[in-house]
Design a protein around this ligand. Sequence first.
Ligand code: PLP
Length: 400
Amino acid sequence: MAKVQTSAGVGVFPEKQDLRIPGPTPVPPAVLRAMSRPMINHRGPEFAELLGRVTRRLQSLMQTDRYVAILTGSGTAGMEAACANLVSPGDPVLVLEGGVFGHRWAEIARAFGAQVHRYEYPWETGADPDELARRLRATPGVRVVFATHNESSTGVLNDIEALSRACRETAPDALFVVDSVSGLGGAPLAMDAWGLDAVVSASQKCIMAPPGLAFVALSERAWRRAAESRAARYYLDLAAHRRLYEKGQTPWTPAVSVLYALDEALALLEAEGDEARLARHRLMRDMVRGGLAAAGFELMVEARFASPTVTAVRPPAGVDIEAVRRVARQELGVVFSGGQGKLSGQILRVGHMGYATPLDMIGAVAAAEMALMRLGAPISPGAGVAAAQRVWVEAGGAGR
Ligand SMILES: *Cc1c(COP(=O)(O)O)cnc(C)c1O
């Protein structure tokens, strides 16, 4: 086994940890400071101003004129809210399932009594719009189609614009509902222009705020469907949220501190600008993919489906991926995610979303390489780092 001293610093600075996972993601200092502000009356004027500003910022991020409900809960609460408001017991629905989060749509829809049809696409690719059209023709009467924008369990980015178009053309009465929890902010999404009927997201991924808030926006026809839906709901009743929003309030006490943080985080996202932010995420993706491939890892997803926010890789032959993760975390202070579902123990996932820079990706690739060396894998030190740097240089160098 190679003698590599890797533990320098770790333990000395216990708070210094590189969180390279697909959420929760690192939070900028200004966002953390915002969390320490005193409480305010959530039925008072300061709160109304805060809620209005955050809602407008979310609308801009989602590229929608529709109301965006802010729910206290994690992203799954937003997914459940979509089902609780749009699905009636017995409704036929079609779920696009290519990973753990697509599967979650199926489970939630089933819990609400939907008759669930699944289009299972391979975990290494995105869903195919033509195949979606075929499935919709073969299953008449589908009321809702559930899709995942960015499948965090595999690192696949779906072509939501094309899938939404295929859905609209083939089944014009079906609502097209999108989980963009790990996409919004890091990958392009245009709710109105793409004709999406519902978009769900959350605070703790690309938006770089702490966990605790979920967002749900509905199209006008989705609001009409919600008014007819017979599913039981109370806390997650979106109509109650919209009603109270008229008064500058939420129906129940919200996570006020997370709202402060979200306000600050969205201001930072705005200051960077959409184009620069999306380009930064693409660059981080390309650096991580180029770097890890050069270090000997196998990319799970081909380039055209590669997510700009999370990358999954398999280990070099003979290497235990869980050992790589353990060395990186315990000895280097870099936290990677493992596989979920049927990929458990087989892959490593690198989060590159939110408060992260290209230079952080050099560190992530270096950590993965150091861990391989520490485990005695035959690698040439620095190959991955050099490849990641080359990607960066070719993209114009240290542009920040
Ligand atoms: C993180 C995530 C969710 C929500 O998970 P929570 O733990 O409930 O916040 C949903 N979908 C995707 C694609 C995600 O990455």
